[in-house]
Design a protein around this ligand. Sequence first.
Ligand code: SAM
Length: 275
Amino acid sequence: MDAPLSPGLYIVATPIGNLGDITRRAVEVLRGVTAIACEDTRVTGKLLNHLGIKQRMIRYDDHAGDHARDGLLALAAEAPVALASDAGTPLISDPGYKLVRAARQRGIPVTSLPGASAAIVALTLSGLPSDRFLFAGFLPGKAKARSDVLRAMASVPATLIFYETAPRLQDALEAIADALPGREVAVARELTKTFEECRTSVPAELIAHYAAHPPKGEIVLVVAPRGEDTAEEADVDALLQAALAANKPSQAAAEVARVTGLDRKTLYARALELK
Ligand code: SAM
């Protein structure tokens, strides 16, 4: 029998696909708390069911009013309360920030149990520089706002990480090609699940690939930092050859210059060699 948990808020990371990624400590805490605050009681209920845990669940998101937050914190002041999201680490593009802030302001102990987060899994898989990165959550859905966000990040000297959904992937890749020309991008999909995939290339190749193979599932985009990211020669040749299949050398060079940010004249010379 585990020792009883002391009162406070326990932030519990849960798997992002593979249920084997739940930690032993997460199981102990989910079992030992008085209640679990969660985004969707059906989703968390399924996880608890899988773990053989019966627990009281309280629906919570950051749009919940002060009243709901006060109730949860009053409980956490007296007893252990867990916070879980549908998948991965709470607060990471998920609810919890306002709850944690309010708990700390009231002197309620907060502890965080580490576990899966799609951003980190994607970064480690991408083959892109991992020494410095900026996680920017979801890109806006509207074209102008998306482009503004990407342009504002053009000068950030770090690998960029965005969450995406399959239906918006192509628009996001087009926007990255326009706002951040020449960057390699990793599309990390269905992480930790059976059909996990991570494809790192220049946006034009990714756009062509996903036009032919419409993606399914959840996606993280990892964008190479400025400077260290120029498309490799082999990629450029592949792009030119793809463009040459349907275009004259001048048009092919212009198209590849647009998506890679490389010099059009140099690309034209190379297109003539390849033709
Ligand atoms: N809190 C979660 C975390 O720590 O990763 C993220 C929650 S956010 C609402 C959901 C987004 O995370 C998805 O749209 C996708 O971009 C990303 N994501 C979550 N699970 C994923 C997976 N298994 N593979 C790829 N991306 C995933």
